[in-house]
Write a protein that binds this ligand. Structure first.
Ligand code: PEP
Length: 256
């Protein structure tokens, strides 16, 4: 049985000091309500600048892990401004969000780049959280399935996997991110099935079944999370806006 997963993507919304205060507030809610908390993996993804300090804060919280919001595909070298997966691993980071739609849109991150980053993560024993999802135009033109299949298969192309590795894929329809209104849970379930089937076409079946998890992201909140968690192929959530409010985030945790 796979763990349920909740990823908090704080993006570039807060200063490092604000991020640490927020993390401490979340940590206190967990420490004070231990009995009610379901068994799940919580992955907090603050900005790079807060990662080291965040590691200290989560030390005593057993189901907490840290993720970065991106990394480069080389371990070291003349790559000004980039962040090494090797060094992220060395400071205790376990997960890396890759291919978020904001990076695809504003930084021109292409599928081939994301594939190189996925390889770099696996080589460094980091677990990639690969984001895929269609834009509004693609959705309107009936291209959702093509887009998510293409993004998934290029991200997974040529990977060497074994049982020591893990991969997470988050279906994130771009047009509902940060909009306060999610897609219908059945639509997310359908898309996750398409993504899972694409993964099965690329990687060994046992690996997909045992070592991959499939998440949904896009305007998840305390209210709507219940109808999504009932979907069979959805193993957890990637949450943006609602993860910035400690009470709302904790409310999501309690309903998972
Ligand atoms: C995201 O940015 O990945 C995301 C899911 O954001 P939100 O929850 O705010 O839609």
């Amino acid at each position: 049985m796979k763990n349920k997963i909740l990823v908090a993507n704080w993006k570039m919304n807060l200063s490092p000091d604000e991020e640490i205060s927020l993390l401490k507030e979340v940590a206190n809610l967990f420490k004070n309500n231990k009995k009610n908390i379901p068994d799940l993996e919580i992955i907090i993804c603050p900005s790079f600048l807060a990662l080291k300090q965040a590691k200290e804060v989560i030390k005593e919280l057993p189901n907490f892990h840290l993720g970065a919001q991106n990394c480069f595909w080389e371990d070291k070298g003349a790559y000004t401004g980039e962040i090494s997966p090797l060094y992220l691993k060395q400071i205790g980071i376990e997960f890396i969000i890759l291919g978020h739609s904001e990076r695809r849109t504003y930084l021109g991150e292409a599928n081939e780049m994301i594939n190189k980053k996925v390889r770099a993560c696996l080589k460094n024993d980091l677990c990639p959280i690969i984001c895929v999802g269609e834009t509004f135009e693609e959705q309107q033109e009936g291209k959702r399935d093509y887009t998510i299949m293409h993004q998934t298969s290029t991200a997974l192309e040529g990977l060497q996997v074994d049982e020591s590795k893990r991969i997470l894929i988050a279906y994130e329809p771009v047009w509902v991110i940060g909009r306060g209104k999610a897609v219908e849970p059945e639509q997310a379930e359908y898309a996750n099935r398409v993504i899972q089937q694409t993964a099965i076409d690329c990687l060994p079946l046992d690996f997909v079944k045992q070592k991959m998890s499939f998440l949904y992201g896009g305007s998840i909140d305390e209210e709507n999370v219940v109808s999504f968690k009932e979907q069979k192929t959805i193993d957890g959530f990637l949450v943006g806006g609602a993860s910035l409010n400690p009470k709302e985030f904790f409310g999501i945790v309690l309903k998972m």
